[in-house]
Design a protein. Structure first.
Length: 252
């Protein structure tokens, strides 16, 4: 398997065109490629940028609006922090970022799975290929660990899990629960190659990944867990629905 980093020009907030950048920067795609795209450039493509005006507490207001569920705000090193759940993802600040924003808050893309599907269709037609997948990723932090890793926030074109259930381990014990998360495994490697600073490398091609099963079906629901069935539900249940949710302060 290969990971091919693709440099591009800067996509400029508050709005730019991802399709022009794909046309300008991508080499010829091959059957079985997976194109991994930084969520920030997808958000800029959609115009999901808010100018950082002098309005007091603007970021907190946007977080409450964008989040599906939140915890109460708290102070960390003098800054207000809000831990949220957004699009089935535990993430600080509903994914809103200021880095490389040129004076704007960059929100997460809207309907990311749908956007990935649209990009996939465009590139399949252009490249005259049948097997292609798209993954949108962002930086993420793990509890009790320093540093960032990549995580998917949307995808299209592949089955997200490699299922080991019913297979045997090295001692012949039949596995009951194990499924390998392909999507976020690819996302972690891609995010490291993209970098966090001035690399201008928002595209990664994963090539020759033999374990991937491509599909033309929407499969994103296969990746997410009902919170009440999640191993971490004792922690998750303290989140309250706020922001964009119509259910007020209802618990998760």
């Amino acid at each position: 398997m290969q990971f091919l980093p693709i440099k591009t020009r800067r996509l400029l907030p508050p709005k730019d065109d991802i399709y022009k950048v794909l046309d300008e920067s991508l080499p010829k795609l091959k059957e079985g490629d997976v194109l991994i795209i930084a969520s920030k450039v997808l958000a800029i493509h959609q115009g999901r940028c808010v100018f950082k005006s002098q309005i007091s507490n603007l970021k907190s207001q946007i977080i409450q609006q964008e989040a599906d569920y939140t915890l109460p705000a708290y102070k960390l090193k003098g800054s207000e922090m809000i831990i949220t759940i957004k699009d089935h993802t535990l993430i600080p600040s509903a994914g809103i970022d200021e880095s490389n924003g040129n004076g704007y808050f960059i929100l997460w893309p809207k309907n990311t799975n749908k956007l990935c599907k649209e990009i996939c269709g465009y590139l399949k037609k252009k490249s005259k290929i049948k097997k292609l997948a798209i993954i949108a990723i962002d930086s993420h932090t793990l509890p009790l660990r320093w540093g960032t890793v990549g995580i998917s926030i949307g995808f299209y074109g592949l089955e997200p899990l490699l299922d080991y259930r019913g297979k045997k381990d090295i001692f012949g014990r039949k596995l009951k629960y194990t499924q390998s998360n392909i999507i976020d495994s690819l996302s972690a490697m891609a995010a490291m190659l993209m970098g966090e600073g001035s690399e201008t490398t928002p595209l990664i091609i994963a090539r020759n990944a033999k374990f991937i099963k491509f599909t033309n079906k929407d499969t994103h629901k296969k990746l997410v867990i009902d919170p009440k069935k999640d191993l971490y539900y004792p922690i998750l249940k303290i989140f309250s629905a706020k922001g964009g949710s119509a259910s007020g302060g209802k618990k998760l």
